[in-house]
Design a protein around this ligand. Structure first.
Ligand code: ATP
Length: 240
């Protein structure tokens, strides 16, 4: 099985009562690919990411992610993936960043020495080394997003699901987060599926884009082809 992430047999579907959040989505992503997941608000991106990470069960359909059925939430599966939601705060507000990270490491039973090594390595890549002993609440929005990424990567996941990782950040922080994602993919060969409304993120990172609209997949291919087919691209949820 060469596909790291893909649906089998049926298209994925998720309904909330009568709301058709995801009506028919099917795609494959190969190991090491960085794929942009686009669509206007409410198109079904987050619901798809939740299915692929096992947070919600599909109403219909099957998925295989890193060799596992996500909604079984097997320990081996959870060790291989990570989900970062740009609008959700996971770190403990009043703890020094390092201690908040330590709680994440404990969940994955990472020994202290290895934990320190990984934190320092990631902090270096994120220019966060100076901030490790500051309480999370003292960090700027951009630093907090970087810290969220650091915490989410301590267990060295193979597959990264990133939901709007640059949302609301200033331009410098956006560039830094974007460059970090690219460097992380290059260095560790991680597979990345990321949503963003920012054209610059998608242009800089995504080798391929998927477009979802009203719960259905509209496009799967290179960004250039997308822009030819869907001008103006605001219709697919992108802004400059
Ligand atoms: P956004 O960019 O705004 O986050 P999205 O593409 O991620 O949008 P989803 O969050 O997946 O879209 O939502 C798809 C549809 O499903 C929307 O109509 C939304 O209101 C609905 N929906 C999502 N979660 C629930 C829920 N828990 N209960 C009911 N409806 C939901």
């Amino acid at each position: 099985e060469d596909s790291l992430l893909g649906t089998l047999r049926h298209f994925l579907r998720r309904r909330y009562q009568t709301i058709r959040a995801v009506e028919g989505v099917s795609f494959r992503i190969l190991p090491g690919e960085v794929v942009g997941f686009l669509g206007p608000n409410g198109a079904g991106k987050t619901t798809t990411l939740k299915m692929l990470t096992g947070l919600v069960h599909p109403t219909r359909g099957k998925a295989l992610v890193a060799g596992h059925v996500p909604w079984r939430r097997e320990k081996a599966f959870l060790r291989k993936i990570t989900l970062v939601m740009g609008n959700k705060q996971q770190l403990i507000w009043d703890l020094p960043a390092m201690d908040s990270f330590r709680l994440n490491a404990a969940i994955y039973e990472i020994p202290e020495g290895e934990f320190r090594k990984r934190v320092l390595e990631l902090a270096e890549m994120l220019s966060l080394t100076e901030k490790l002993h500051q309480p999370v609440r003292k960090l700027s929005l951009g630093e907090r997003m970087k810290a969220e990424l650091l915490a989410a990567l301590l267990h060295r996941p193979e597959v990264l699901f990133l939901d709007e990782p640059t949302l609301g950040l200033d331009v410098n922080a956006q560039v830094a987060v974007r460059e970090f994602i690219r460097e992380y993919n290059r260095r560790y060969g991680a597979t990345v599926l990321l949503t963003s409304h920012y054209m610059a993120d998608i242009a800089a990172l995504a080798e391929r884009v998927l477009v979802i609209h009203q719960g259905r997949l509209l496009y799967d291919g290179p960004l250039a082809g997308l822009l030819e087919r869907f001008a103006p691209y605001r219709e697919v949820g992108l802004t400059l």
